[in-house]
Ligand binder design. Structure first.
Ligand SMILES: [Cu+2]
Length: 802
């Protein structure tokens, strides 16, 4: 009896120790935990996920890789073998572990070189649904990801069986080529997936004013997702069948969004499921159907297999560009609710009406000067006009008992309204007053025409507003208090999420990863980060090695997460207790945004691990500042032309040449340096025939000047050449129909005879060059074009992009 009691006390203490997630992670199996071993082999091989054989990366022969199953309190040893001819890595997403095994190459862990094996080992001191993926460049997009399931010590949820559902997006292109295509700035992916908003549609919807507002702020429109995917997958397939579940069985679905860049709406057929866990942590169970899952998040639902039929679990890409389904059970399909495609033009109209200041810099002229609070004040939603939220129900499917439906007006305080950042209590109180799930925003009556309110209410294209209301986390409530001791010092950090869509540069506070230092934090204190999204896109932000509180209306019971989706123009505050050591990555989990620079190193400022001596962190940072090269060749009846660009964040090399069959030529090489997003200085060489329609005399001049991408999206070029001839040029392209672009260019050069003698009796000569044309986009790489150029005449032909 005494022995049993001692035994129980011992286990209670052991349990305490293991559950103590505030303890620093320590290397080695110091507690002699039972060892659970896995081997993962990464290969490059042909796969067919979307109707085409392409090279993919598999783990133990499959995409996704195997589910790693553990019990809480085990010691994991995982051997990762790299059979590819490039470096790789594995990061254990959401797992609390010693820094060295976190798996970010060059930051915390050595990369796994070709042919080599790396042994990862760590104590499993948590339970829940997690995942693992490559943290090397864009390898995760190619298939290097899989799930982790950790069974809890005590079973506190009632269900019969469980099923992992790993969600992903698939491209048949090479991921680095996708990124290169995004860097060059193209509408192709939007055209391909039918989410482009050409001018004819904008005009037909009466949204020209909103379009001008976007153009003024140098934006084409309200983009939701950047990339075209031919397929979305659940456990590696577009349709999955699980016929072995029996009617009435309760199944715990462990859902993980392992996509490279796609967030989804999840819907369920049949009985409303119960959400029981988020990001591996139990939450207060809530019945909920339509639920958003951001990239890298995990959600567990308990569903009941229907008595007569098979229930559908459906994912719909956030931009409505595709779906995938899994069916559980047998018989007739019990369909999941369909999620309508978001109305991008409607969103533009709503956003324009809300007077948001978009286009915060992604690239500051002085990155050394970090001024997040000034930036926050200057950009984003202009709240000074005063805003009110109106109680409206956008989500009929939400069945949150915690959020009673209210009718009519309700005064609310929005987190963007400049609340004192140091008074969390005030903040939580304000949050508790508002019901995000039914939130609508409109201007005070004095700033809008009186009929506006009614118009907005009648408008059933409310998706624009749903952007701001449907994405909050208020339905997540921790079963226990998550607050930290009041005596713990708090360190406040403001990070504005910033981006430049046209150059595809992503950053924090207008500073990409390659232009900044680590964010230094201290152990045994709370780091509170306010994430203020100044872009038009969602950013699922992930912190390695920690759980953070996502402050929501549940106050002290705010949930713990490892990934938080920050919707466009919204602000979310997270906080975590510093109990680790080393350097941890904090980044947007849209891989293309991470590679574009939206990342930081959060550092406890502890000495660097000597095992990383040969692996400088600069290698990781450099990945976000690579050069991307693209070009175009025109072959037409009147001329031939080519254009080549190579660009990283600050530097760009341009080579262009045009030759008219009527014997006119112009060729130019220039180097330009970006002082900020839009303004650059350049120098180079220009070559032109001097006498019209004759190659007899070719003039070569040195050129220098400035280039500027103006509001309303014109390219301005102001220069002077080595003959002291000033020149101004302006160009613009507009998509008028879904695949049709018109473009124009005008150049005016003046010659005052300062260097070359002008013809007798003249003291001024001008040269005007202009061209205009139309392009019809046939495919990703081909266009038909027709143009008129005042040097080359009129003609038509083909454009090839490469
Ligand atoms: Cu992002």
């Amino acid at each position: 009896m005494k022995n049993t009691l001692l035994y129980l006390i011992f286990f209670f203490l052991l349990n305490l120790g293991l559950n103590a997630q505030t303890e620093q992670s320590i290397e080695g199996n110091i507690d002699n935990l039972p060892v659970h071993e896995y081997t993962l082999e990464i290969n490059e091989e042909m796969v067919n996920k979307a109707g085409k054989d392409v090279m993919g990366m598999t783990i133990n022969g499959s995409i996704p890789g195997p589910t790693l199953e553990f019990n809480e309190g085990e010691y994991a040893i995982i051997h990762v073998k790299n059979n590819m001819d490039e470096e790789t890595s594995i990061h254990w997403h959401g797992i609390l572990l010693p820094n060295f095994y976190d798996g970010v190459p060059y930051l915390s862990t050595p990369p796994i070189e070709p042919g080599k094996t790396l042994k990862y080992e760590f104590a499993i001191k948590q339970n829940g649904t997690y995942w693992y993926h490559s943290h090397t460049m864009l390898q995760e997009q190619s298939g290097v990801f899989g799930s982790i399931v950790i069974q809890s010590k005590e079973k506190n949820l009632e269900y019969d069986k469980e099923l992992v559902l790993m969600l992903s997006d698939w491209t048949n292109e090479k991921p680095m080529d996708v990124l290169r295509f995004l860097k060059r700035g193209t509408e192709w992916y939007n055209i391909k997936k039918g989410t482009a908003t050409p001018l004819n549609q904008v005009i037909a919807r009466g949204a020209l004013g909103a379009q001008f507002d976007f153009w003024r702020q140098r934006m084409e429109g309200a983009d939701i997702a950047d990339i075209y995917y031919p397929a979305f997958l659940i456990n590696g397939q577009q349709t999955m069948e699980y016929p072995d579940f029996k009617p009435g069985e309760k199944i715990r679905l462990r859902i993980i969004d392992g996509s490279a860049s796609t967030s989804f709406w999840m819907t369920f057929g049949g009985e409303t499921p119960t959400l029981v866990s988020a990001d591996g942590k139990d939450v207060v169970p809530v019945k909920k159907n339509k639920t958003f899952i951001g990239v890298a998040e995990t959600y567990d639902f308990i569903v009941t297999i229907p008595q007569n039929g098979k229930m559908e679990f459906r994912i719909t890409a956030q931009d409505g560009s595709g779906t995938a389904s899994a069916y559980l059970g047998r018989g007739e399909i019990i369909a999941a609710p369909a999620v309508p495609k978001p109305d991008k033009i409607g969103m533009m109209q709503k956003m324009a009406k809300m007077d948001m200041k978009m286009g915060a810099p992604a690239l500051k002229s002085n990155p050394k000067k970090d001024e997040p609070y000034k930036m926050k004040e200057k950009w984003g939603m202009q709240m000074d006009k005063g805003m009110k939220m109106e109680g409206m129900d956008h989500s009929e499917m939400d069945q949150i008992p915690k959020a009673p439906k209210k009718e009519g007006m309700e005064d609310m305080v929005h987190p963007k309204m400049g609340l004192p950042i140091d008074s969390m209590k005030t903040k939580e109180m304000d949050h508790s007053k508002m019901d995000h799930s039914k939130m609508d925003m409109k201007m005070e009556p004095d700033s809008i025409p009186s009929d506006r309110g009614d118009t907005m209410k009648k408008d059933d294209g409310m998706q624009g507003m749903e952007l701001f209301s449907e994405y909050n986390y208020d339905y997540l409530k921790s079963p226990e208090k998550t607050t930290y001791d009041e005596d713990v010092p708090v360190n406040e950090i403001l990070l504005n999420l910033t981006g430049n869509m046209s150059r595809y540069i992503w950053s924090l506070n207008g500073i990409p990863l390659s232009e900044t230092d680590k964010i230094k934090i201290k152990g045994n204190q709370v780091t509170r980060i306010t994430l203020n999204n100044l872009t038009m896109m969602h950013h699922p932000m992930h912190l390695h090695g920690h759980f953070f509180r996502v402050i929501n209306k549940n106050g002290e019971y705010s949930p713990l997460k490892h990934t938080v989706n920050v919707p466009p123009m919204q602000e979310i505050t997270i906080e975590f207790y510093g109990n680790e050591y080393g350097d941890w990555f904090f980044h947007c989990h849209i891989l293309y945004h991470m590679m574009g620079g939206m990342a930081r190193v959060i550092s406890y400022d502890t000495p660097r691990d000597p095992r990383l001596k040969e692996y400088p962190v600069s290698n990781l940072i450099q990945e976000t500042n690579e050069y991307y090269t693209w070009g175009m060749v025109d072959a037409a009846s009147h001329m031939a032309g080519m254009n080549l660009v190579s660009s990283n964040i600050r530097n760009q090399f341009n080579l262009s040449a045009e030759y008219g069959w009527n014997q006119n030529i112009e060729a130019e090489f220039s180097y330009e340096y970006y002082l900020n997003d839009w303004f650059r200085v350049f120098g180079g060489v220009n070559l032109e025939n001097e006498i019209e329609d004759s190659m007899g005399q070719i003039n070569t001049t040195a050129i220098a000047g400035i280039r500027y991408f103006t509001p309303f999206m014109f390219n301005l070029d102001v220069r002077v050449d080595s003959k002291l001839r000033p020149q101004i040029g302006l160009s613009r392209a507009i998509t008028i129909f879904p695949r049709t672009v018109i473009f124009g260019r005008y150049e005016y050069q003046a010659d005052f005879g300062w260097v070359d003698d002008l013809p007798q009796g003249n003291n001024f000569k001008k040269e005007v060059t202009w061209s205009t044309g139309i392009e019809y986009i046939v495919s990703k790489n081909f266009s038909l074009m027709g143009s008129y150029d005042n040097r080359f005449g009129a003609g038509g032909g083909l454009s090839i992009r490469f």
